[in-house]
Design a protein around this ligand. Structure first.
Ligand code: NAD
Ligand code: MG
Length: 338
């Protein structure tokens, strides 16, 4: 697999375009600011009354209604939530598309599952940073980058791949590596990762560990530190040098426990369930379930989110974090700004 870096990209390709970043949320603020700081011509598109409007203005952007922003741009980067994107595309972006222009995404969800079907006469590509938007911005500011995936779905002008590489480099991806893939692979692996491992697998693992300890009569404070707080310290070691690096750093006792007990927690049954989850993603069943959940006002989403917020790990965590004031300094997320 070939990985591209800044030297493999042509920075001018993206500087020659007027870019409309649609949405100013987690990814939107990061792309818009990184592109601007890389010398690109960027405007922001938002709906009337959006809470993001002031944040984008405050950061010095020209902000237009989505339709007007799309109308005036050579390249439209769609960074609205995936569940809203098909509607925003249909009502405000599609009518503004002109032949030969470029339509881009940070995730293949809408296009791959056929919720968004762009006309045949526009370029369509994705640049998907493999990290949360706030890190895309903070790493850029430290002269580093978050790795990005690039995929071309339609190329009518013949230079879409070059434009995508140039875009990925301008948001910082060329420092960490830009990997070329396709919409199917990006979309399906991204959904699987967040469901089975990064978000779903991890939160369930943490909660089950916390519950096991507290149900056995141990103090919730102990259980919080053990099962949640320490997770970051372990993940930092994994991030830096892989599983071997983490095993080198922890005690021999911890490593023996890891080697002999881990596969009893995540076992053949867990893996069978992972395969089932992957199948639901590949067949489009998950995408349909998520879209119909949104159409009916997200009842399950809201109920499950509220249940999660009421879990005692959240109450005890809030109290304990308040005793560690440095956790609130230099945070990646500042809800007033980004
Ligand atoms: P978000 O929820 O953080 O932000 C959404 C933004 O869209 C907000 O600024 C909102 O005001 C705006 N918006 C809503 N309706 C709009 C409309 N009609 N017109 C214009 N703007 C509108 O979203 P996000 O998490 O940044 O996700 C954006 C895209 O990036 C998605 O495709 C997502 O899959 C992808 N992505 C996100 C992350 C991440 O870190 N969150 C990582 C990789 C890829
Ligand atoms: Mg992801």
């Amino acid at each position: 697999m070939k990985v591209f870096y800044d030297a493999d990209t042509d920075p001018q390709l993206i500087k020659d375009k007027r870019i409309a970043v649609i949405g100013y949320g987690s990814q939107g603020h990061a792309h818009a600011n990184n592109l601007k700081d890389s010398g690109c011509n960027v405007i922001v598109g938002l709906p009337a009354g959006s809470r993001s409007w002031d944040k984008a203005k405050e950061a010095g952007f020209e902000v237009l209604y989505t339709r007007d922003a799309a109308e005036s741009a050579d390249l439209i980067m769609v960074l609205v939530p995936d569940e809203l994107a098909p509607g925003v595309y249909r009502d405000e972006i599609a009518p503004a598309l002109k032949p030969g222009r470029s339509l881009a995404f940070a995730h293949g969800f809408g296009v791959h599952f056929g919720k968004i079907v762009p006309p045949a006469d526009v370029n369509v590509f994705l640049v998907a940073p493999k990290g949360p938007g706030h890190l895309v911005r903070s790493e850029y500011l430290r002269d580093r980058g978050v790795p990005c995936l690039l995929a071309v779905h339609q190329d009518v002008t013949g230079d879409t791949r070059g434009i995508g590489l140039s875009y990925a480099s301008a948001i910082g991806g060329g420092k960490a590596g830009i990997i070329e893939t396709n919409f199917k692979e990006e979309t399906e692996t991204d959904l699987f990762g967040e469901q089975a491992v990064l978000c779903g697998g991890l939160t369930s693992l943490i909660q089950a560990g916390f519950e096991t300890l507290t149900e056995a009569g141990y103090a919730p404070e102990m259980a919080y530190f053990e099962c949640l707080h320490e997770m970051k310290l372990i993940v930092d070691l994994l991030y830096e040098g892989g599983i071997g690096n983490m095993r080198y750093s922890v005690s021999n006792t911890a490593e023996f426990g890891d080697l002999t007990r881990g596969s009893r927690i995540v076992n053949e049954q867990t893996k069978a369930e992972m395969k089932k989850i992957l199948g639901e993603i590949q067949s489009g069943e998950f995408a349909d379930e998520w879209m119909s959940e949104c159409e009916s006002g997200k009842p399950n989403f809201k109920r499950l989110e509220a249940e999660g917020a009421e879990h005692s790990i959240e109450t005890v965590g809030k109290r304990l974090r308040a005793m560690m004031p440095w956790l609130g300094e230099k945070t990646l997320v500042n809800r007033q700004v980004n």
